[in-house]
Ligand binder design. Sequence first.
Ligand code: HEC
Ligand code: HEC
Length: 341
Amino acid sequence: MSLNYVRAFVLIVFGIIANDSIAAPPSWAYGYKTAPTKSEIVKVPACPLNARPIDCAYPATVATDGDVKRQLPNSPFSFSRYEAYFDYGPADWYPGDHPVMPDIVAKGRQKDGVRACALCHYPNGQGKMENGGLAGLPAEYILQQLSNFKNGLRHSADPRKANVNEMARIAASLTDAEAQTAANYFSSMSWRPWVRVVESKLVPSVRVTTNGLYIPLAGLPWESIGTRIIEVPEQPERTEVMRDPRSGFIAYVPPGSIAKGKAMTSTGGGRTLPCSSCHGAKLQGVGVIPGIAGRSATYIFRQLYDVQQGTRQSQIMAPIVARLSVEDMINITAYVASLKP
Ligand code: HEC
Ligand code: HEC
C-alpha cells in the first residue's frame, strides 16, 4: 500500500465521519472557493502509481467553440480554442520568444498519455498560477524536483489538485534523457516579470476553472480580501481561452502585507531565517537554489504551505516554514512575488 493510498483512505474516512468539509489547506491558494467536502474528495480522479498521467487529469472540458480561429497581437498565427489546448502539441503563438522546443516539451508523448510540458508551463516556461513557472530554474533543481515527484516526495496538500497528481505521473514516465532535455530547455531561458502585486482591501469575485485558474466575474461587486491572496489573469480571456504566454497575472494581497513580508524575510522575525542567505541577495537564486523573486504568488504560497504540511518534502525548507502562520506566509509571499525577477 503506497503512502498516497493511505492518505486518500484517511481523508475519505475522516470526511465521512465529519460529514461535511474536512480540515483543509487555504482553498484560495489551491484554486478552490471552499474546503473540500467528502464527495469532492471521492470525485478526485484515481491516480494509482501505474496510471498513465492523462488518466489522473480531470476530464477535459475544453469546448471546440465551433472551431472559431482567434488571434493574438503580433503573432502571425490563428488557432481555435481546441488547437490552443491540444494536449500533444498545443499552440505556440510566439516561437521567436524561446529556443526550439524539444519534442517532449512541445508534444509530450501521446502513446503513453504524457501531455506536453508546454501545455501547462507554456512554451516560454512562464506557466500559470495553477501550475508554476519553470523558466530560469537551475537544471539540477528541475531534475531534483522531477525525481521528488516520481518518488512520492512531492504532492499537494489539497487532495483535489489533480494537476499535481498528473505532474507526479509525468515525472515518473520521463526517461532520464527526456528529463535532462526538458531541464536544460527550461533553465536556458530567463524568468520574466509575470505578476503585478497590488495591495487591496477588496478583490474581484471569481469563478474557478477545473484546474484552478481564477477568472474575475465582471459586473459583480468586489468582496473583502480577508486573509487571502487572490491572483487573476491580467487579461482573463487571453489566458483562459487562448493560453497567451505573454499575458501575466495580478495578485491582490492584503493592505500592509508587502512591508510586513519584507521585514520578516530580511530579519527572519525570530520565526524564520532571512531568505537571502540561501536564495541570493535579490532572491533571484544562487547555484542550484531556485530564484523565487517575482514568481506566481499563489504558487509560492502553495510551496511554503506544502512544505510546512510535509506533502512537499524538503529538509532545508522545512525548518524555515515550521513556525510560520498562514498570515506570515501570505505576507512573505506578497513581498517575494512583488520583487523584480
Ligand atoms: C497537466 C499540466 C502539467 C504538465 C503537462 C506538466 N506539468 Fe509540471 N507541474 C504541473 C503542476 C500542477 C505543478 C506543481 C504546482 C504546485 O506544486 O503547486 C508542476 C510543477 C513542475 C515542476 C516543479 C517546479 C518548481 O519550481 O519546483 C517541474 C520541474 C515541472 N513541473 C516540470 C515539468 C516538465 C519537465 C513537464 C513535461 C515533461 C511538465 N512539468 C508537464 C503541471 C504540469
Ligand atoms: C538554508 C537555506 C534556505 C533558506 C534560508 C531559505 N530557503 Fe527556500 N529553498 C532552499 C532550497 C535549497 C530550496 C530548493 C530545494 C528544496 O525544495 O529542498 C528552496 C525552495 C524554496 C521554494 C520553492 C521554489 C520553487 O520553485 O518551487 C520557495 C517558495 C522558497 N524556498 C521560499 C523561501 C523563503 C520565502 C525563504 C525565507 C523565508 C526561504 N525560502 C529561505 C533553501 C533555503
